[in-house]
Ligand binder design. Structure first.
Ligand SMILES: C[S@@+](CC[C@H](N)C(=O)[O-])C[C@H]1O[C@@H](n2cnc3c(N)ncnc32)[C@H](O)[C@@H]1O
Length: 230
């Protein structure tokens, strides 16, 4: 379904958004296909038999879907605090008894020793209060097996020339068919809901949580992806 959402004053992941979410992401994330392909290719290198795969802020389940298709013997914990998103994700995977979809804030479900070999957070932590992010990343670390990977994709504030990056980002949205009005309405609606950080701050949080190796695997304009190994 095509994204024609008119956002309210404060952005919400409601049913209307869930229904057109794939189209919204394809048209709103720069270099979207490469990002998706890399998340999968990197993730594949870390999944081990019988372990848990976690997706934080899973939305409708798009990031984890290729893993579900391939790793039929692994268990999956998919978390989202938006009822419409959790419902859409449950519907996508309704015939799969290896999948648990939990509705609620991510920090409620990240317990030490969950035995995860792979944790994904694709464009999700950016929607959580900044004060909660370090603790959540720490909890993710403790939920993982040694040698496991945390794949973390975020919108960012560039170190320099941020206005230029954002300008180019809006050009991309225009090229993908969004009107100036749609772009500005979404921007207003996301204020104080989506809080991007500088790349270095995200890396510091990963290192402070204990991750031994942290590498940026993707960047386009004001979006960035890292893989962090425990
Ligand atoms: C941009 S979407 C994520 C896209 C998805 N990961 C993908 O790859 O298709 C952000 C998601 O994070 C969820 N979210 C925001 N805050 C959350 C929280 N505190 N706990 C769990 N999920 C949260 C939202 O409900 C939304 O579905």
């Amino acid at each position: 379904m095509i994204d024609t959402v008119t956002p309210g004053d404060k952005w919400e992941f409601n049913q209307e958004v869930a229904a057109c979410f794939a189209n919204m992401l394809e048209r709103s994330i720069p270099d979207y296909k490469s990002m998706r392909a890399l998340v999968y290719k990197i993730g594949e290198k870390f999944v081990t038999p019988g372990t848990l795969i976690v997706d934080i802020g899973c939305s409708t389940g798009l990031a984890v879907e290729p893993f579900v298709e391939k790793y039929k013997q692994n268990r999956f914990l998919l978390i989202d605090n938006a009822p419409a998103m959790a419902a859409a994700c449950r519907e996508r995977f309704k015939d799969n008894d290896k999948i648990m979809v939990k509705e609620g804030p991510a920090w409620q479900f990240m317990m030490p020793g969950l035995g995860a070999s792979l944790v994904l957070s694709v464009l999700s932590l950016q929607f959580m209060p900044t004060a909660y992010r370090q603790k959540l990343i720490q909890d993710i670390y403790h939920a993982m097996n040694p040698g496991g990977a945390f794949i973390f994709v975020e919108k960012i504030v560039s170190e320099d020339l941020d206005d230029l990056m954002v300008d180019l980002y809006y050009d991309m949205k225009r090229e993908n068919g969004y009107t100036d009005r749609q772009i500005m309405e979404k921007r207003r609606s996301l204020e104080n809901v989506l809080s991007p950080l500088r790349p270095a701050w995200n890396v510091d949080m990963l290192r402070d949580a204990g991750f031994q190796h942290v590498g940026m695997f993707w960047r386009c304009l004001n979006f960035c992806g890292w893989v962090a190994i425990k």
